[in-house]
Design a protein around this ligand. Structure first.
Ligand code: ATP
Length: 362
């Protein structure tokens, strides 16, 4: 049985659709990240799971129980918001205890649970601090502890790290992963930051214009994107327009100037006609000597037009027969701007998309 099920869930505001026919099954203990550009419907989806927004259509189940029409307090969830939403007139321990008090839990139970949570979020020595005495990162830990206080079965987080600077965000990501591992709680987090999604998620659900475009592991979305939108949203890519045609008993892809890009596409390759070849920057390999062009590799001449040293990687900009490309190397191959070089890539690293019927490359 799924921990959370969304079945045909939609939400419209007046005539405009915020979320359209979302279907998602989330397993017990899974860490799901709802990812997508601003306005794609991820917060609305989360708020429907929480019960703050009523779906226009569809069903929401938590632990197999239909909660579609239940208010938030009757759902077994804990919620963390971007702006912490803490009570400024209460200290840390009182904030964490708030929900338990409201539920009428015995005093001793509350005390023990608050101590346990303070320990979990590493704030035991700040129990008496007022909220305005804490840093942003510490405030978000209090919010996390408060959301977990009543031992919910699902933790929902809406851009929880959005207000923090990069360093703190990375620290808190580690904390969230540690806590999730310790508690084994099903977690759904909303972010527009693809790196954050990749760092945290067991499964990323990538949304656009109110719909799920692809759901899968970070690895799966990065290596096997289902559409150009997914390929462009998760990571950087080089896009090469090409024409695929038969040559003898092989399929070949040519760039617009006639340069042969790929000889011998795999037998099961369903594409012909106009396509876009997608290659990640790290899949282009730079060398001084031409590589061997064969059925599983391509080697092309290029000129280095830009170089940026970024510490762990070096980014090169290149001019190739079809236009511009970027590539990144984990070790500096010592190429300089203006150098004539060769670029090769393995055909197994290519992801190809067809041009749609309207003539756009999808
Ligand atoms: P962001 O990252 O900017 O928060 P999001 O992906 O979370 O974006 P939503 O907040 O879910 O997107 O909004 C999806 C769409 O629904 C947007 O077009 C938004 O303007 C619209 N929308 C959201 N809430 C309301 C509302 N209360 N009334 C009218 N339209 C709304």
């Amino acid at each position: 049985m799924s921990s959370v099920s969304l079945r045909g869930v939609s939400k419209s505001y007046g005539g405009s659709v915020a979320v359209r026919d979302v279907n998602l099954e989330i397993s017990e203990g899974e860490f799901i990240v709802l990812l997508g550009p601003s306005g794609c419907g991820k917060t609305t989806t989360l708020r429907m799971i929480a019960g703050f927004v009523d779906p226009t259509a569809g069903q929401i189940l938590l632990g197999g129980k239909d909660v579609t029409r239940l208010p938030p307090r009757k759902r077994d969830i804990g919620m963390v918001f971007q702006n912490y939403a803490l009570f400024p007139n209460m200290n840390v321990a009182e904030n964490i205890a708030f929900g338990l008090r409201r539920r009428g839990a015995p005093r001793e139970t509350i005390k023990a649970r608050v101590e346990e949570l303070l320990d979990l979020v590493h704030l035991s020595s700040q129990a008496d601090y007022h909220i305005d005495e804490l840093s942003g990162g510490q405030q978000q830990r209090v919010a996390l502890a408060r959301a977990l206080a009543h031992t919910p079965s699902v933790l929902l987080m809406d851009e929880p790290l959005g207000a923090l600077d990069l360093k703190l965000r990375e620290q808190l990501q580690e904390e969230i992963l540690r806590i999730k591992k310790t508690l084994g709680i099903t977690t759904i987090l909303v972010t527009h930051d693809q790196q954050e999604a990749m760092a945290l998620a067991d499964r990323i659900v990538l949304m656009d214009k109110g719909e799920i475009r692809q759901a899968g592991t970070a690895d799966n979305l990065y290596r096997r994107p289902a559409s150009p939108f997914v390929a462009g949203f998760i990571g950087k890519r080089n896009e090469i327009p090409a024409d695929v045609a038969g040559m003898g008993d092989q399929l070949i892809a040519r760039a617009s100037d006639g340069t042969i890009l790929v000889i011998g596409l795999p037998d099961d390759h369903p594409l012909g006609g106009k396509v876009t070849i997608n290659l990640r920057p790290e899949h282009l390999i730079l060398s001084r000597e031409p590589g061997e062009a064969c059925s599983d590799h391509t080697s092309l001449s290029a000129t280095v037009t830009g170089k940026r040293f970024l510490g762990n990687v070096v980014h090169y900009e290149l001019t190739l027969p079809w236009g511009e490309a970027v590539l990144s190397e984990s070790r500096d191959g010592d190429h300089a701007v203006g150098d004539s070089v060769f670029v090769s890539f393995a055909h197994s690293d290519i992801v190809m998309f067809p041009e749609d019927s309207a003539g756009r490359r999808k």
